[in-house]
Design a protein around this ligand. Structure first.
Ligand SMILES: Cc1cc2nc3c(=O)[nH]c(=O)nc-3n(C[C@H](O)[C@H](O)[C@H](O)COP(=O)(O)OP(=O)(O)OC[C@H]3O[C@@H](n4cnc5c(N)ncnc54)[C@H](O)[C@@H]3O)c2cc1C
Length: 393
């Protein structure tokens, strides 16, 4: 990937964060002729705690903009989901003929997409951190202050600023748009394992009372296993999250036998508390994109699809600013409306599903339902995977 080492100059749009949301927004804006600067604190490729699955909706969305077959060759096909619950409940849902997700590790996916943005003409500055927004006397964000790899502090002025810097967005927090809610207070721990038995071309979600485990195959035959749990209410000692992950896997009725020979082959990554709420997805001159606009937890496995969808909308609004349809000062208003229209139904579905499995009684009810009406849960898997969005690839 071409990486710019010169000091970033001013731009039409400056984007904090080069993850999926920032990279896609940069790509779309560069193709629309905008001068785009991406400021990314990491050096790609970098690892990221994730279930490593682009759901079918994410794959369809990406196919509108990039050569998704080339991307698929870096990963592998995910045909559906295996969902299990307490008491031996087991539902295997396929997305449908010609509909598939892509299993791909985030070091590979994120670097690939950011490289496509650079190919399109975006100016990418890695190992450079956004430290604060530049806010004018009228309260409008006019760019960002940054710290470069060599420690130098400088700034980038821009007509529009996108905060695509993830759950703990520096820009969203500085503009008082986000907060960590008192609940839920769930954490995630994940690692890769060798020698896991019975892996198939599906993502797995194992919902238990008080926590859930996601398991996904990787291209090189390993398994990615993530645990999400609220340490405050857990009966385990979260001071050693890797031990909790191991214990949850090995004592599990379904997973224990499959992980009997398994060996954790990477350092575990830990993240939390996961939930961040945004009371608005932007402010004058600033749009929050992807997880920066709020995140609950990864139960439905659609975070990347939602991040990409918000990037498309943000790019469209910024193009409108450059063409004079919107002004930088009020662009956050049509952005909020478009985001709500596009994403509210899926967010409501996710909330309902979380509510169902969020309490012991809910898990028991869901398990009962799944046992007696498995086809309903197969539909839930398709909706969670955004399998109906945009049709087949
Ligand atoms: C345990 C777990 C499992 C998950 N599994 C899945 C899954 O299987 N499928 C799925 O679709 N979603 C999954 N998700 C959700 C998914 O990871 C996110 O929704 C997605 O990464 C959002 O993309 P983003 O671009 O908004 O943010 P991010 O991917 O977080 O990217 C933000 C980028 O901003 C950079 N950055 C941060 N701060 C600064 C700064 N100050 N200056 C410059 N750069 C900065 C970061 O380095 C990063 O590269 C999972 C999440 C968790 C926690």
């Amino acid at each position: 990937m071409r990486v710019d080492d010169a000091a970033p100059r001013d731009a039409d749009v400056v984007i904090a964060g080069g993850g999926p949301a920032g990279a896609l927004a940069a790509l779309l804006l560069a193709r629309a002729g905008a001068r785009v600067i991406v400021i990314e604190r990491a050096k790609f490729p970098r690892p990221k705690l994730c279930g490593d699955t682009l759901n079918p909706g994410a794959a369809v969305l990406l196919a509108r903009h990039v050569d998704v077959d080339a991307l698929s060759r870096l990963g592998h096909v995910i045909e559906g989901m295996l969902l299990t619950g307490p008491g031996g409940v087991r539902v295997h849902g396929r997305y449908g003929t010609g509909i598939a997700g892509i299993g791909i590790t985030r070091d590979v996916f994120d670097a690939w997409l950011l490289a496509r943005a650079a190919d399109a003409g975006a100016n990418v500055h890695q190992q450079t951190r956004v430290v604060a927004p530049i806010v004018d006397s009228g309260g409008v964000v006019r760019g960002v202050r940054i710290r470069r790899r060599d420690g130098e502090h400088t700034h980038v002025r821009a007509l529009m600023t996108l905060a695509a810097d993830g759950r703990r967005s520096t820009l969203a927090a500085a503009c008082a748009l986000t907060r960590v809610p008192p609940s839920p207070r769930r954490w995630a721990v994940g690692a890769y394992f060798d020698d896991v038995d019975d892996l198939a071309a599906v993502g797995e979600m194992h919902v238990r009372r008080g926590y859930y485990l996601g398991v996904a195959p990787t291209r090189d035959g390993r398994a990615n296993a993530c645990l999400v749990e609220a340490p405050d209410t857990s009966d385990t000692d979260w001071r050693r999250p890797a031990d909790v992950l191991q214990a949850r896997l090995s004592s599990d009725e379904t997973l224990g036998p499959r992980f009997r020979r398994a060996r954790m082959c990477t350092q575990p990554a830990v993240l939390g508390p996961l939930a961040v709420e945004a009371h608005a997805p932007g402010a004058p001159g600033l749009l929050l994109v992807g997880d920066a606009a709020g995140f609950v937890d990864p139960m439905t496995g659609d975070g990347i699809r939602l991040a990409l969808a918000s990037a498309e909308i943000a790019a469209d609004i910024c193009t409108g600013v450059l063409r004079g349809t919107h002004t930088p000062d009020d662009a956050h208003l049509p952005y909020a409306r478009a985001l709500r229209r596009a994403l509210a139904p899926k967010r409501a579905f996710n909330k309902a599903l979380r509510g169902l499995v969020g309490s012991p009684a809910g898990v028991a009810a869901a398990a009962h339902l799944a046992r007696h009406w498995p086809s309903a849960f197969a539909s839930v898997i398709r909706v969670a995977g955004d399998a109906g969005i945009g049709g087949r690839r």
